[in-house]
Write a protein that binds this ligand. Structure first.
Ligand code: SAM
Length: 206
C-alpha cells in the first residue's frame, strides 16, 4: 500500500483503529518518565494522543494526509489545550524523522509494516531521532502471526519476528532491552482470537 491507498482506507471509515492506545504501548511507555517523543507512522494518533495524556510532548508523523488531519481533529477534541503538546506532521517514515537528530527521549514504530529495506530505513530514522540513553519501541505484526495468529497483513515480506528486528538493527548504536513475541487477544464476531505481535525495545547508545 502507498500513501494514496492509506488515504482511501482512512477516508472510508470514521476511525480505522481504536481510540485507545495499543496495549504494549501502554505497558512499555506507561511507566516511563514523560519527555519528548516521535511516533513514526502514527496513523490516526491513538498512541500519540494517549502519550500526550500521560504528559509527553509528541511529534507524530504519517504519510497519509487523511490520517494526519484526523489525528489533529481527535487531538483537539480529546486534549483541549494540551493538544499544543502534539505536533501532527505529514512525513515519510523511511526518511529522517521530523526534528533535529537525537532530539527525542523516545521513538515509536507501531505496526509500520514495510518490506525489509524500507523498514530498516524507518528503524534507522527512529534510532537517529533519539538521544543516547533514549528508547526505540517497536511493535508489529509478527512473521509467525501468518501461520499461528489472527489478522494482520497476509504478505510475509512486511511482517517481522523479533530476530528480524534485531538483524535489521545490526550496525545501529542500540542495545536490546526487551525482545519477544507477545499474544494480543482480539474480540471478533467469532469470539476471542489471538494475534501474535513482535515487541522490541531498544536503547540508543552513545
Ligand atoms: C497499521 S497503521 C498503524 C498506525 C499507528 N501506528 C497505530 O498503531 O495506530 C500503519 C500506518 O503506517 C503508515 N505508513 C505506512 N508506510 C509509511 C511510510 N513510508 N511513511 C509514513 N507512514 C507510513 C500508514 O499510513 C498507516 O497510517
Amino acid at each position: 500500500m502507498d500513501a494514496k491507498d492509506w488515504d482511501e482506507r482512512y477516508a472510508a471509515h470514521d476511525l480505522v483503529w481504536s481510540a485507545e492506545p495499543n496495549r504494549f504501548v501502554a505497558e512499555i511507555i506507561g511507566p516511563l518518565t514523560p519527555g519528548h517523543a516521535v511516533d513514526l507512522a502514527a496513523g490516526e494518533g491513538r498512541n500519540a494522543i494517549w502519550m500526550v495524556e500521560q504528559g509527553w510532548t509528541v511529534v507524530a508523523s504519517d504519510y497519509s494526509l487523511v490520517a494526519v488531519e484526523r489525528m489533529r481533529t481527535l487531538a483537539a477534541d480529546r486534549l483541549g489545550d494540551d493538544a499544543s503538546r502534539l505536533t501532527p506532521v505529514v512525513a515519510d517514515a523511511t526518511q529522517p524523522a521530523p526534528g533535529a537528530p537525537a532530539a527525542y527521549d523516545l521513538a515509536l514504530l507501531c505496526y509500520l509494516q514495510l518490506p525489509a529495506d524500507e523498514w530498516r530505513q524507518a528503524l534507522r530514522a527512529g534510532v537517529e531521532a533519539v538521544r543516547p540513553g533514549g528508547r526505540v519501541v517497536v511493535i508489529g505484526h509478527a512473521g509467525r502471526n501468518l501461520a499461528e495468529g489472527w489478522g494482520g497483513p497476509s504478505e510475509r515480506a512486511v511482517l517481522y519476528d523479533p530476530d528480524e528486528v534485531l538483524d535489521r538493527a545490526d550496525g545501529l548504536p542500540v542495545t536490546a532491552l526487551q525482545s519477544g513475541i507477545r499474544e494480543r487477544p482480539v474480540e471478533t464476531v467469532d469470539g476471542t482470537k489471538i494475534a501474535l505481535d513482535t515487541v522490541v525495545v531498544l536503547r540508543r547508545e552513545g
